[in-house]
Design a binder for this molecule. Structure first.
Ligand SMILES: C[S@@+](CC[C@H](N)C(=O)[O-])C[C@H]1O[C@@H](n2cnc3c(N)ncnc32)[C@H](O)[C@@H]1O
Length: 259
């Protein structure tokens, strides 16, 4: 199902047109009366629906992003530890292969260059708009400059990388049908995205593409008690309160004896 775009701000029609073309979103001349749609207002692009809950958008400047930027715990944050940033001599380059954006922003704010690969046109358009706003704000412009958005399926995109362009780390955090429903209910944004984007059912192919592209490690974010992707045992596990990171070390994989 395609999610359309409605421009509620006459002065932003050109930008709406660019978004529609870039992310292949049908551009509506009237606000829909049901379902989900993207709405461009004076301030930002939002994912909107009738009744159920308020608008959802990507945000790198204010709110939770500001809090994490200012009080977030630096390299001690779980995702930073998971990619090996804590104690690292050199800052690893990262491809976020499932980039709804929050993890990417944390890593970019800690100095990583992050390529955000997102296949959903809705999520990619929201990310594009959030990055656009972050680029023009003094507090976040330098962080946004370390983030590059690619609208593609990461399974295909990772396979096109030349040897010299391969990242140190690939981060994978797919939408799972088995996501903890209680915590999902608490997060209205994830609920909305789950409705519009749906579950990611090709995670084994994504893990394989990630393992073939990463130089040092693949990091898979999972619900704390969820199974590993396709039951493939990681080389190490980092447990958090509600989330777990499964770490696949490329060195360990390459040195393990052939089956
Ligand atoms: C659970 S969300 C990721 C949340 C993200 N880690 C964050 O911190 O905001 C999963 C996202 O990955 C995207 N995705 C899943 N498989 C993908 C693939 N093969 N290529 C690109 N994007 C993918 C989905 O469209 C969805 O937006």
């Amino acid at each position: 199902m395609t999610t359309p775009l409605y421009c509620a701000e006459a002065a932003r029609r050109d930008y709406a047109q660019r978004l529609a073309e870039r992310f292949q979103l049908p551009l509506l001349s009237r606000r829909p009366t049901d379902g989900y749609w993207l709405e461009l207002g004076a301030e930002r692009l939002e994912l909107v629906t009738t009744g159920k809950h308020g608008a959802v958008y990507a945000e790198f400047v204010e709110g939770a992003a500001r809090h994490r930027r200012e009080q977030g715990g630096g390299r001690g944050q779980p995702v930073a530890k998971a990619i090996g940033l804590k104690g690292a001599k050199e800052i690893p380059s990262v491809v976020d292969a499932t980039a709804l954006g929050r993890d990417s922003f944390v890593l970019a704010s800690l100095g990583c260059h992050v390529t955000l690969v997102e296949r959903s046109p809705v999520a990619a358009a929201l990310l594009f708009d959030a990055l656009d706003r972050a680029s023009s704000h003094t507090d976040t412009a330098d962080i946004a400059a370390r983030m590059v958005l690619v609208h593609a399926n990461a399974i295909d995109w990772l396979a096109t990388l030349a040897e010299a362009d391969k990242p140190d780390v690939v981060l994978v955090d797919p939408m799972f049908p088995d996501t903890d429903k209680k915590s999902a209910a608490a997060k209205k944004d994830m609920q909305a995205f789950q409705q519009v984007i749906g579950d990611d059912l090709d995670t084994l192919a994504l893990l394989s593409a990630a393992l073939a592209a990463a130089r040092r490690r693949v990091v898979v974010k999972r619900p704390r008690l969820g199974p590993a992707i396709a039951g493939i045992a990681p080389s190490a596990v980092l447990d958090g309160k509600s989330t777990r990171f499964d770490l696949y070390s490329i060195k360990a994989l390459n040195s393990s004896p052939a089956a």
